[in-house]
Design a protein around this ligand. Sequence first.
Ligand code: DC
Length: 240
Amino acid sequence: MESCTENRDRRIIIAVDGFSSCGKSTFAKAIASRLGYIFIDTGAMYRAVTLYALEHGAIRSGIVDNDLTVSLLDDICITFRFNPQRGASDIYVNGDLVEGKIRTIEISNCVSAVSSIREVREKLVAMQQEMGRNRGVVMDGRDIGTVVFPDAELKIFMTADPEVRARRRYAELQAKGDGVPFEEVLANVVQRDRADMTRAISPLRQAPDAVVLDNSHMSVEEQMAWFEREFARVQQSLRR
Ligand code: DC
């Protein structure tokens, strides 16, 4: 099999979109490290804005105040810094490390509402486009292949059975000592699928030229082998 790192390969943009808790970030991180590309978790950016809104009174009892959230946007500076221990970048808001605070069920429950605000999306999409300007990036999210980089050379749309996804998220939360019941995690997965697909601005959609990866019953190794084939196919088509 042709190696991904062969220097005839062109540096491209790889968009990884799909449902929540599909393992998009794990997959995207693995392929970025395989290729020596930058990995950008755009979900973490929406979560970081949600955390800031929560900490600054723009979310109360789970209700998002859109106007107040928008008024806070200019005060939010999001940066990523590579963490060699994790082999990925940690996210910072105004210089504070927030990686550990953005993956709670409280943030998960409010992030769909925050990510449906037009001004939030405009700010984050512009940042993401800037980050991918020199190509050589793997970006995971919901609208990367449709809105952020409609010209991405490889678009992957990931999906998996909702129960399988809820079980994965539940195991992650348990490992962190979060005792949230499985039923609540499953309800959050189903509710976020609906919210992501039905929001007015940039809903979760499979780009017409995306390739689908359903990893419900695939190991990480099988997913990587699938990726190698897709990457080789794209590189071959770019050489023609
Ligand atoms: O990938 P994740 O579950 O961490 O994403 C958190 C939320 O952010 C998700 O519910 C939808 C939103 N999101 C988005 O609207 N657009 C993106 N490109 C990435 C995430």
